[in-house]
Structures are given as structure tokens and as C-alpha cells.
Ligand binder design. Structure first.
Ligand SMILES: [Zn+2]
Length: 502
């Protein structure tokens, strides 16, 4: 995520329109179950979304969860009915008694009501926690390591009609329906057990293992839908469209839709970039596409090739500058008006730095995962650093120095205080999160490069990226790989910059 400087971007809140009752589109016959499409073990359906280089990933992640989701978007763009079946495999070395899901709409200003949960085909009674944002499904018998089980969940979600909490990532406003984390999302099981930590309002909210997603969406036929992954089938039934997307490996499935979107598209070698924005934002949309192409090319050469055959950019009314999702990004629509400026800085400058940053997250958040609540620096600080390198590579040292000055400006907002970079989001007070994780944190990587030597640092960053492919990094694993490459002890440096003071 790239956060808004509140004084730069005006917040535009739409008053809540009157809401019609929840849908139900009775005219259509019951669709064929998604499971009829594909055997749970057959991952061919995901192949078209991956570069050939990454197609072997399909066989290398036998335990990754597989989601089959049916979404029905009501004509009011506010109500979402869903049915999800997910195959979960116990990848831990102990038996599990429950499977826990995040119901993010219940903490993003919306409401997700669960009507039915069954485990292995048997209806179960579930428990909720944390203001109904966690659902715990009991298992009929402990799930042994390596075993898998099917969990089916029916739900109805009401999407907020104002940009509520967390940057308005889940909202139906200004004709744009943004569906972030809108399905029951399996928690990560880690050294804390089921990691169901309650997210702060100022950072990203998810922490997820890579999964596969087959998602079929029924929606009004004038909506242009943009989603993680690739569209693999489209049908029309009267005034509705039924579109199926396949995505994965990926850490989430995001969907955004508007009848106002106009597509600008470009093909770059093995992948396609699609940029969606309202017609009057066309110039900004083209710039967004050009920057994304340059950034994907540079990060791909430097760290690891971009894994997917598609990257999508969609403008939304979010009040962040931009937000990252697997295979796509949502960008604040105000940045597309290239004739405007924010505090004297042209919108084009913000648009370029935001797009480059969100593209960077395809490597550091999606390809290499991390706990975004406890270790936000692993995705945000590193993404700020690689964005800085993008400027140097594309425009030269002066441009890099200007970007560094902007980073320093962030840090100076708290008098360049040496607060550790590696704290959980919740440990930072107002203003500190942005200043430290988005400012000071980028300089850590510069200092690390100095200490390691440029060549060892470059090799380390590529190795860090590739060795954590589709996995989860930690501060310690980053330090270990850096030390392997410099053959040196970096403890003092990490203690000075990253780790909480004792
Ligand atoms: Zn970010």
C-alpha cells in the first residue's frame, strides 16, 4: 500500500444512497457446480495465467489451499452473495482441530453474514471471535499432517457505500465496486498457531499463504470486471454476465468493477498489462500502463521474472494512493488527472511513484510473502527501496536522489528519530508508521548495500526473492541470506536499524 498524505489528496465521500434489499436473481437456473470443472488435484486450469518458467509451481505446492468461489453481485452493487468451497491441506507437523477464517468485511465497515458451513459434507456449528471477523470451523476429527478436507461456506456480504475504514478498500462508491478480501479467507497457521491477529486501521490487513482461486462471478452485464488472475470463461444470460477467473499461486483474490471503465492495454513479451479507468482519465491510464511496463521489466531483471501473464491496474476512489493485490493494483483515481497537482507536485509524479511502488509489491508481498501486521517492513520498506532503484535505473542518479529526498522528508516528519524499522504496525504511534516503515526503512537497505558491497547485495536480493518464491519471509530469514552473501556478521547493523531495542 502507498499511503495518502492527507493534506495532498482531498477525501471525497459519497453520501450513502438508499439501498435496495439483497438480490437473488431467480431467473437463472442453478449453475453447474464449480467442482464439476476441474478435479481438485488438476491445476491445468491455472496454467494459462503463469509464465512457462513458473508453470512448474503448479506441481510444487501440493498443500496450497484451493478456493472455488461463486459470487453474485446484486444490481445495486452493494450486496454480494457467495458460496465458497475450499480444500485445505494440513501443512503443519501437528494435527489440527479447527480451521480458522478471516471475515474481513466485518472489520472493513461492511457486514458478512454466514448462513451455512459444512466440513467434509457435514453441517457444523461455528464460533466467531473478534467482532465476528474470525470464524472458527470445528473439524469432525483432527486433521492429520498431509491430510486435506473440504469446507463449504455460504455468505452474504453488504459492502459499505462510503469509504469507511482502511482506505476504503471494500466499498461501493462513485460507481466503483471494490471487493477486497470479500470471501472467508483462511488464516495462516504459524508459530503463533492460527494467526488471527486483529489488524490496525493504518496498514495492510492481510497475512496469507499462497492459494489457488477459481472464482465465478455473476454480475450486471454492463459492469467491466477486473480481477486477480485471468478470465477463463464468459457467458451471457439476458442482463447478466457470468465470468470465471482463475488465479494462483496468489495470496488473495481481488475484484473491482465499474460500468465506467475503459481499457487501455499493451503486450510486453510474455505478459499483457491492462489499465482500467474512466474515459476522461485516459491520459493518466496510459501513463499508468507505461510505468507498470517499465517497472515490471526492471524488477523482473533485477530480482526474479514477473510470474503471471497479466497485470491489471484499476482506478478506484480509495483514499490510499494505491493498494497492491496479486496480479493487479488499485490506484486512487485523483492521480489520473494529469492537469492537477497536489501541494505543487504534479499528479503525474504521484502516479508514477505509486504505480512503481505497487508493482514492486508483486515481488515483495505476493511472490515473497510476509506477515504484513507484524513485519510490515519486509514488504513496505523493501518496496520503497526497490522503487528508489527503479528511478535510478530509469532516469539516472539525479532522479534517484530526488526520490531519496522524498523518503527522507517522510522520516524527517518525526525528526528522523531512530525508531526500529522492524516493529509490528500496531507498535507505531501516529505518523511514526509512515515515517519509519516507508521512510527510514528504505535507507536501511541502502546502508546494507554499502556494508555488503554492491555485488554481494544484488546477489543477496535476487537470492532472497527466489529462495522465498511463494513462501513467507521473516526478518531473520532476510538477515541469514544477507549474511550468507556477504560472509559477514550483520547483527550490529540489524540491531541498530531493525530489531526492537532490548
Ligand atoms: Zn506499499
Amino acid at each position: 500500500m502507498r499511503k495518502t498524505l492527507a493534506y495532498l489528496i482531498p477525501l471525497t465521500f459519497l453520501l450513502s444512497a438508499c439501498q435496495s434489499p439483497p438480490i437473488a436473481n431467480q431467473d437463472n437456473p442453478a449453475p453447474e457446480p464449480l467442482n464439476a470443472w476441474t478435479d481438485w488435484n488438476d491445476r491445468e486450469i491455472f496454467k494459462s495465467g503463469l509464465l512457462p518458467l513458473y508453470q512448474e509451481s503448479l506441481d510444487e505446492l501440493p498443500g496450497a489451499s484451493i478456493y472455488h468461489i461463486d459470487y453474485e453481485i446484486a444490481d445495486d452493487l452493494v450486496h454480494l452473495t457467495g458460496n465458497q468451497e475450499v480444500r485445505y491441506t494440513n501443512q503443519e507437523d501437528i494435527p489440527l482441530d479447527t480451521i480458522q477464517f478471516h471475515l474481513f468485511p466485518n472489520l472493513l465497515g461492511g457486514e458478512m453474514l454466514i448462513s451455512d458451513v459444512s466440513v467434509g459434507g457435514v453441517s457444523v456449528s461455528i464460533e466467531y471471535a473478534q467482532n465476528n471477523s474470525i470464524l472458527s470451523a470445528p473439524l469432525p476429527a483432527p486433521l492429520q499432517p498431509g491430510e486435506n478436507i473440504l469446507i463449504q461456506i455460504s455468505f452474504v456480504t453488504t459492502v459499505p457505500t462510503e469509504l469507511e475504514s482502511n482506505y476504503g478498500i471494500l466499498a461501493s462508491t462513485e460507481g466503483v465496486l471494490a471487493l477486497a478480501h470479500a470471501y472467508p479467507m483462511i488464516s495462516v497457521y504459524d508459530d503463533e498457531g492460527w494467526n488471527t491477529e486483529y489488524p490496525s486501521a493504518q496498514g495492510d490487513v492481510t497475512y496469507a499463504d499462497v492459494s489457488f482461486y477459481l472464482v465465478r462471478v455473476s454480475a450486471p452485464d454492463d459492469l467491466v470486471m477486473v480481477a486477480s488472475g485471468n478470465e477463463i470463461q464468459r457467458k451471457s444470460t439476458g442482463d447478466r454476465q457470468i465470468v470465471t477467473f482463475a488465479a494462483g499461486p496468489a495470496r488473495d483474490f481481488y475484484l473491482v468493477a465499474s460500468s465506467e471503465y475503459v481499457l487501455v492495454s499493451g503486450k510486453f513479451g510474455e505478459y499483457t498489462i491492462n489499465s482500467y479507468a474512466p474515459e476522461d482519465a485516459g491520459e493518466g491510464s496510459q501513463l499508468a500502463l507505461d510505468v507498470a511496463a517499465a517497472a515490471i521489466d526492471y524488477f523482473g531483471k533485477s530480482y526474479a521474472p514477473y510470474p503471471y501473464t497479466e497485470f491489471d491496474i484499476a482506478s478506484t476512489p480509495t483514499y490510499a494512493l494505491g493498494i497492491e493485490y496479486p496480479g493487479m493494483t488499485a490506484i486512487n483515481v485523483d492521480l489520473y488527472d494529469l492537469s492537477s497537482n497536489f501541494g505543487g507536485t504534479p499528479a503525474s509524479i504521484y502516479l508514477e511513484s505509486t504505480i512503481a511502488h505497487e508493482v514492486g509489491h508483486q515481488w515483495f508481498y505476493n511472490f515473497v510473502g510476509n506477515d504484513q501486521l507484524d513485519d510490515p517492513w519486509l514488504d513496505e520498506s523493501l518496496t520503497q527501496y526497490v522503487t528508489w532503484q527503479y528511478y535510478i535505473d530509469r532516469y539516472g542518479a539525479n532522479s534517484g536522489a530526488e526520490f531519496a529526498q522524498a523518503l527522507d522528508g517522510r522520516w524527517q516528519r518525526i525528526e528522523s528519530e531512530k525508531i526500529p524499522v522492524g516493529l509490528p504496525v500496531t507498535a507505531y504511534q501516529d505518523g511514526e508508521y509512515s515515517a519509519i516503515v516507508y521512510g527510514r526503512g528504505a535507507f536501511f537497505f541502502d546502508v546494507l548495500a554499502d556494508q555488503m558491497g554492491a555485488e554481494a547485495f544484488e546477489a543477496f536480493l535476487a537470492d532472497y526473492t527466489q529462495s522465498h518464491q511463494w513462501g513467507i519471509a521473516t526478518s531473520e530469514s532476510l538477515q541469514d541470506i544477507a549474511e550468507e552473501h556477504c560472509k559477514c556478521d550483520l547483527n550490529d547493523l540489524f540491531t541498530d536499524w531493525i530489531y526492537p531495542s532490548q
